[in-house]
Design a protein around this ligand. Structure first.
Ligand code: BGC
Length: 574
């Protein structure tokens, strides 16, 4: 069964305002009881996701892999790893998802393979200069005997980006040594990935999340980064501020110009979203457009600190970028690589309160939203995992670990793993803390002030309210109907509806308020967020329809407490 488009939107444009739920497959639901999540587990929980109100799922890699980097080290791009199930499990899962109106986006990892990929094992078994080695980036070392790495590049996971093989050559790996970088100037590499795209498109996927989308092409000659890196910093810290010779090279766009016609040759709006980092918004914008990719993650929103100024700035920038690229932006607060935002915002009750407010802010903005599994439960980062259980390869090299945001979800029950697996299952691959008993799906279901019910209500309104959320080409957003995204750019307080129909409202310091334009006759919706230390009285925006905390009202208006957001509606006058 095909998936029907959002009301007022052609099927091809579904992604423009979609709410996409990121499933970190290893930690979502374990159907076979081995302690690791799997595709049958995803399938069993699809009704939960449909009822939550999301439009699509992004599944992190489930391909055959030695799991050195949680599956971002792929040994076979056309098969499911046995720990996650089989291709038949994938087919059942996607059939059920489509029947429930949910689209499926899969991760594609083109920058590197696993060192267990047959191409790499063949490269190791072949001599320097062989055709087999040419699919990767093998080089002779520098210095006497070639004992030094070929250049000064650093791995994102720490240490040099080169590893030496027994015959003396070195190979490049921007991530773990078990993730050798491919040579994207090699025609076989290009042909292979075009075929992999078709393989999954033929199985019905609705889109791809492209891992390290800015990394595939390296500068000719593999030049040193040099000494522009401030003392005490790692090269990766220059990401987004300076161009590194291994990221965001112009030729990478040739790859996407070849991929886009493949996506477009399938019906129903098959899309691609880039995990890309670039020096400037203008350079990031080059990844997006009718002849390249559909979207890129907007990590500035995730990186914003908890203040009105910080969020105002990133929202304005994102809306301006949407204008540059002619497509709505994306909003994301957490993912499998970053500390969960409850913890980033202060942890405990404070962090949760802010996270709930942030969710209402994000879900009122135009564009698409990427939720990370468990944020709808208000899960914090697990900070006290025993070191011996941590699996992130970066941990051994840098001491930093992403395991704390990857702890398996609590679904139900009183004892770990809280319904993650069936009764009698092996312990989950990472243990949930005892406090997660109260955070499980069943513990929060039907509890009016729970975070889960807040997300459910917000997603329902986002779908149903005429002023939300859409993009300028969508229904319910007259600000730019049919025209390019964000006509007019960011609006100042009291100005006309600007990018995506967002109109900033006059507000006191520490408070953000923006209205979403509604079609004639429909009520306007205003989102107000109080980042300040004191409660504020909110007037003129109408009646609250959803708030992240309980509000008090009096004759003067509504009191919005600190670290709280609310959605207000008022009939449009004049
Ligand atoms: C993924 C990480 C992964 C890395 C290497 C990132 O973009 O999100 O989880 O470790 O790519 O594939």
């Amino acid at each position: 069964m095909s998936v029907s488009p959002a009301p007022g939107r052609p099927a091809e444009d579904w992604w423009k305002s979609a709410v996409v739920y990121q499933v970190y497959v290893r930690s979502f639901a374990d159907a076979d009881g081995d302690g690791v999540g799997d595709l049958a587990g995803v399938r069993s929980r699809l009704p939960y996701l449909r009822d939550l109100g999301v439009d699509a799922l992004w599944l992190t890699p489930f391909y055959r892999s030695p799991m050195v980097d949680g599956g971002y080290d792929v040994a076979d791009y056309r098969d499911v790893d046995p720990v996650f199930g089989t291709l038949a499990d994938f087919d059942h899962m996607i059939t059920d998802a489509h029947a429930l109106g949910l689209r499926i986006i899969v991760d594609i990892v083109p920058n590197h393979t696993s060192d267990a990929h047959p191409w790499f094992t063949a490269a190791l078994a072949s001599p320097p200069g062989s055709a087999e080695r040419d699919r990767y980036l093998f080089r002779d070392g520098r210095g006497p005997g070639g004992d030094l790495p070929p250049n000064d590049w650093e791995s994102i996971f720490g240490g040099p980006a080169w590893t030496r093989v027994p015959d003396g050559q070195w190979y490049l790996h921007l991530f773990d040594p078990a993730q050798p970088d491919l040579n994207w100037r090699h025609p076989e590499v290009r042909a292979e990935f075009e075929d992999v795209l078709r393989f999954w498109l033929d199985r019905g996927v609705d889109g791809f999340r492209i891992d390290v989308a800015h990394g595939m092409i390296k500068a000719e000659g593999l030049p040193d980064v040099g000494d522009g890196v401030p003392a005490g910093q790692r090269q990766v810290e220059l990401l987004g501020r300076a161009r590194l010779p291994y990221f965001d090279q112009d030729e990478v766009h040739d790859i996407y110009r070849a991929w886009r016609p493949i996506l477009d040759s399938y019906p129903g709006g098959r899309m691609a979203v880039a995990e890309a980092w670039a020096e400037t918004p203008q350079r990031l914008a080059r990844y997006i457009g009718p002849d390249e990719l559909h979207q890129a993650f907007n990590f500035d929103f995730l990186d914003a600190t908890w203040s009105a100024d910080s969020f105002r700035k990133v929202i304005d920038t994102a809306l301006a970028e949407a204008t540059i690229v002619g497509a709505p932006t994306t909003w994301v607060l957490s993912n499998h690589d970053k500390q969960r935002h409850v913890t980033r915002y202060g942890d405990g009750a404070l962090g949760l309160r802010r996270a709930r407010a942030a969710a209402l802010m994000m879900l009122a903005l135009p564009g698409s939203v990427y939720l990370y599994q468990g944020e709808e439960l208000g899960l914090p980062e697990v900070l006290d995992l025993p070191d011996e259980l941590r699996q992130d390869p970066a941990f051994r090299r840098t001491g930093e670990s992403r395991d704390g945001c990857r702890v398996p979800l609590p679904w139900s029950g009183d004892v770990p793993p809280y319904g993650f697996g069936p009764a009698g299952a092996a312990p989950a691959w990472l243990p949930a803390p005892p406090t997660w008993r109260a955070r499980s799906v069943t513990a929060q279901t039907g509890v009016p002030d729970s975070t889960l019910e807040l997300y459910r209500a917000a997603l329902r309104l986002r779908r149903d309210h005429p002023a939300l959320p859409g993009d300028p080409a969508g229904a319910g957003d007259p600000a730019g109907a049919g025209g390019p995204a964000g006509a007019g750019g960011p609006a100042g307080a009291g100005g006309p509806a600007g990018a995506g129909g967002v109109r900033w409202r006059e507000s006191e310091p520490g408070v953000l308020a923006f209205s979403r334009a509604a079609p004639a006759g429909a009520p306007e919706l205003t989102c107000v967020v109080n980042f300040g230390d004191e409660p504020v009285t909110v007037r003129d925006y109408g009646t609250p329809i959803l708030t992240s905390e309980l509000l008090a009202g009096d004759a003067d208006g509504t009191t919005l407490p600190t670290d709280t957001a609310g959605w207000f509606v008022r009939p449009v006058t004049g």
